[in-house]
Design a protein around this ligand. Structure first.
Ligand code: IVH
Length: 693
């Protein structure tokens, strides 16, 4: 927009930008299906900020630039709930659920009752008041009749719309639901806090509650919170929904996030089947739940059933077994990881936690062990949350034996005797015996062979252990020099040590099929790709995605190995820390030797040109829009980039051409308005074919 944009033009553009930003935000945070890059999104936001700065009278509370406001002075204001926020009765067993169902079936006089069935999200109940479609107030449940005004915090949650979508919503709409912290975000938050020696959050529920109940909205804004809508408060005019599930469908239409696992079930069998299905999926869900909720779907029937004290008769929470149990710490060991990180581990008296026997729990690092003061002999609360490693939540101090002594971290590596050291102000102690320490070597070989790295099938932990202990394998390159005789000798010794009669000796002949298979698997792994190899090398902080980025950006291992920190940082997502890790890795003579040996022993990977330095489309900026038939958007992007093009998320005068698939929208319009060439899918495929991509 030109500098002399009139006020009317600015107002129009501001409205358009707000609409676009809200829609992209919704696609990213609610639908999990973004259609533009982060940088293109940021560009839209910056344009809006600039316009609002130039025209302050255009700023409004529902603008996406206004999510984080001022610190609230003088504490939280009270909010009276016009419609009380109720709680739910609990069912702890199938029988309890059956009793609930029978009461309803008897009262309604039929058995084929439909229910809205939903996960019971473990977070903080919140009421959102939308007046004329604009988020006006957010409040906690409090005691059910009076809560606290937490509008400033809730506004910062990206999936909560500041303005409802469309125009069909009732003028007064109070939506209720749960603010929660997704599990991955919670884990990442704590991981970072631990590395910095900062306070960790106890669990996702406390994390959500603690983040919302803050006077400074920047705290909530810095925490990755999310929201699911599941109930109704005040509404004007009166609701016309026939069923609860119709209401949830409308909530979705208004742009409110509704739990994707919410469903409909018929009869008692339907309820119990849902309970099992969600229970089985519990560990894979991205959020914590403590049960499922059954709600009679028919709203007239809800009214007929009514309430008992503070809970509805038409709904109940069917709880899952607790994720936390008590047990006793029998010992505390320390483990040495691939990069030398020392992790104290509690050996526990075996205990069932949510259906799985737990015998070990991580104590993370020295700070954590000291903070929790876990001692051998202590009774502790252990938590298993999803597929995360079980952890000790807290010590039950009342049960501590009189002679329990505080745990001391060792001074030297328990595996190789090397000194332990801390980097900077890191909380983690590391073994300094890199390249020597057998524990580090075993872990790096294990990582190297793992499925997502070199994928050597059949090379299990026990074999790695034996191969290193026997001195057959010192580092990953030695795997490619192993012989059949060595493998058979290893097996013979292992059998001897374990006192087993070797079942591998039959009719005087040594069975060697497994060893041949293992050698074949090792051989098969020789042909690999640069991203896999880079990941397999086990460079600190270089996970799969960074490995891919580096491979794509530099094209060849030697170029990465010889790059200075500044060059490394030119790759997307590589910051100073990761750059220094990569540089340090390749600076170590030992690592260079290993790489040379890998090459010498026949490990091969494809190499190519660095991304920006070559290709027929070098210097071209391409925008993809709409849906393609033959390729996903990522595939199209990858192939265009392989030819040197830069793929961007938004159309501007700098765009060289736009690829428009089916249902291309505003980007196509813009390209046409700017006179930018537009290719359809067939033309794109022809272009790619022409250049052999
Ligand atoms: S419905 C009248 N649905 O559980 C019914 N509650 O013990 C009101 N919760 O305070 C609640 N997920 O914080 C409902 N899908 C869901 C829920 C849910 C979690 C929480 C909510 C409520 C508590 C009741």
């Amino acid at each position: 927009m030109s500098r002399a944009a009139s006020h009317a033009e600015a107002a129009q553009r501001v409205a358009q930008l707000r609409g676009e930003i809200a829609a992209h935000n919704h696609r990213y945070h609610v639908l999990d299906a973004p259609t533009i890059s982060d940088s293109a999104f940021d560009a839209l936001l910056r344009e809006l900020q600039a316009l609002e700065a130039a025209h302050p009278d255009l700023v409004s509370a529902d603008s996406p630039t206004q999510r984080v406001g001022a610190v609230v002075a003088g504490g939280f204001a009270e909010v009276r709930h016009d419609v009380p926020m109720l709680s739910l009765g609990n069912a702890f067993s199938d029988e309890d659920a059956q009793d609930f169902f029978r009461r309803i079936a008897d009262k309604l006089g039929r058995d084929d009752i439909a229910f809205s069935v939903e996960p019971k999200i473990d977070g903080l109940a919140i009421s959102l008041l939308y007046l004329d479609g604009v988020l006006t107030r957010a409040a906690t449940r409090g005691d059910g009749s009076t809560g606290e005004d937490v509008t400033h915090s809730v506004r910062t949650i990206p999936s909560v719309p500041l303005r409802l979508f469309g125009a069909e919503w009732p003028p007064v709409l109070e939506v209720r639901g749960e603010v929660y912290m997704p599990r991955a975000a919670f884990e990442a938050f704590n991981q970072r806090a631990r590395e910095r020696g900062e306070r960790t959050l106890a669990n996702p529920r406390n994390a959500a509650a603690g983040s919302i109940r803050q006077l400074d909205p920047r705290i909530a804004a810095s925490r990755p919170l999310a929201f699911f809508a599941y109930a109704l408060g005040r509404i004007e005019p009166d609701a016309t929904w026939v069923q609860h599930t119709d209401m949830l469908a409308d909530f979705r239409r208004y742009g409110l996030p509704v739990c994707p696992q919410a469903a409909r079930a018929i009869g008692l069998d339907g309820l119990l089947a849902y309970y099992r299905r969600i229970g089985d999926a519990r560990d894979q869900l991205p959020y914590d739940i403590d049960g499922v909720v059954y709600k009679v779907d028919d709203i007239a029937a809800q009214r007929e059933l009514g309430f008992v004290s503070r809970a509805p008769r038409w709904a109940i929470a069917h709880k899952f077994p607790a994720r936390e149990e008590q047990t006793v710490v029998e010992a505390i060991d320390v483990q040495v990881g691939r990069t030398g990180a020392i992790t104290p581990v509690a050996r526990l008296r075996p205990v069932q936690v949510a259906g799985v026997v737990v015998t070990n729990a991580t104590l993370h690092n020295e700070n954590e062990i000291r903070r929790k003061d876990v001692r051998v002999g202590d009774t502790v609360i252990v938590r298993r949350a999803g597929d995360v490693i079980p952890e000790v939540v807290a010590v039950v101090l009342d049960e501590r034996p009189a002679d329990a002594v505080a745990f001391e971290m060792p001074n030297a590596c328990p595996e190789c005797g090397s000194q332990l050291a801390r980097e900077g102000d890191e909380a983690v102690l590391r073994c300094t015996g890199t390249g020597v320490c057998p524990a580090q070597r075993k872990e790096s070989i294990r990582h190297f062979a793992s499925r997502r790295a070199m994928d050597i099938e059949g090379l299990g932990d026990a074999w790695i252990e034996n191969l290193v202990d026997l001195g057959y394998v010192h580092h990953v390159a030695d795997l490619y020099a192993l012989t059949l005789e060595q493998l058979l000798e290893m097996k013979r010794r292992a059998d001897e040590r374990d006192g087993v009669v070797p079942e591998t000796v039959k009719k005087g002949k040594v069975a060697s099929r497994w060893a041949e298979n293992l050698l074949a698997a090792i051989d098969a792994s020789r042909k690999t790709s640069l991203p896999r190899l880079l990941f397999a090398l086990g460079i600190r902080d270089v996970g799969e995605s960074t490995a891919k980025t580096l491979a794509r950006h530099f094209g060849a291992l030697d170029r990465i190995a010889s790059a200075a920190d500044a060059d490394l940082m030119s790759a997307p997502d590589v910051g100073p820390v990761v750059a220094s890790r990569i540089a340090a890795f390749f600076a170590a003579p030992h690592q260079r030797e290993v790489i040379e040996l890998l090459r010498a022993r026949g490990v091969q990977w494809e190499e190519g040109e660095p991304l920006a330095a070559a290709g027929p489309l070098l210097g071209k900026t391409v925008v993809l829009t709409g849906t393609l038939d033959a390729l996903t958007r990522d595939q199209a992007k990858e192939r265009l980039e392989a030819l040197g093009a830069k793929v961007s998320g938004s159309v501007s005068a700098k765009t060289s051409f736009v690829v428009a698939g089916a249902e291309a929208g505003s980007k196509l319009d813009k390209a046409q308005a700017l006179g930018i060439p537009v290719l359809d899918e067939a033309a794109l495929l022809a272009l790619l074919a022409e250049h052999g991509a």
